[in-house]
Design a protein around this ligand. Sequence first.
Ligand code: PBG
Length: 329
Amino acid sequence: MPFPIERPRRLRKSAGLRRLMCETTVTAADLVQPLFVVEGEGYRRAIESLPGQFHLSPDEAALEAGKAYAADVPAVLLFGLPKHKDPIGSSAWDEAGAVQRAVRAIKEHVPELIVITDVCLCEYTDHGHCGRVVNGEVDNDGTLPLLTKIAVSHAAAGADVVAPSDMMDGRIGSVRKALDENGFQSVAILSYAAKYASSFYGPFRDAAGSAPSFGDRKGYQMDPANRREALREVALDIMEGADMVMVKPALPYLDVINDVRRRFGRPTAAYQVSGEYVMIEHAARAGAFDRRRAICESLVSIRRAGADFVVTYWAVEVAGWIREGQFEW
Ligand code: PBG
């Protein structure tokens, strides 16, 4: 009988012992801050669906990136909102587009901060799908050349990492080839490899103006019921040249994060998405629990599951807590 010899509580009885026994760490270096970039100058406006997040013109995005850098957060992830939308999302590869200009502005302001760009069409197409639509369906192979144009334009602007989030088959191979052919061999690819067709993207679609005008994304994003399929998706993306792989959303998919990290041992990211963010924000506001502790617990859980780093809207704020010794649950 282990009890009374074995008493797990012995190692929990003081804060010092609990610290010593703590198996999982979260540091500022594990966090990536997303930013929403719009065209224009001197523009900064609160996003209603994402309390605490802003639409930023490129110059304002550079200031925000400066805050991330000062907080020791190593990277930002940029999303663009164009003024002009059309069926093929042509603003997405505009040299003077919001993302392209923001990348340049950030690289000028804080050259050492890593700039990751989301590569997708849904913010740029007038129908809101992540690819070109032919006869009412998203045309996989016809979308690939458009995605490669976006990735190359981001790399040309100075992006360190491009992150295709569209879930077209074969996109990682196409993007890798296009980057290499254009002299961007050292630009890395973070693949949204296991991206689920999730209702937790709701607030983001509002913030990015990217909700599909008809149908849904189930024809290209994954079925939430599927775990083995995620491994297949990740395997394919690694074979095609993904340097890092991401699971998205995070908290409802901890099993998938764990599978991916164990099976492949590649740098594995998790995206704590907009719906996960507002769930905690709204519940905390309603007095359901302590906001800071809930956020910290969610992040330590995602790291415990196996994520090497986490894309989270709280990145800069949490980095501040870590610095002040207030990262606790
Ligand atoms: C673009 C994209 C989405 C998110 C990241 N990239 C939305 C979607 O797939 O509909 C969601 C991010 C979030 O919810 O925070 N395809």
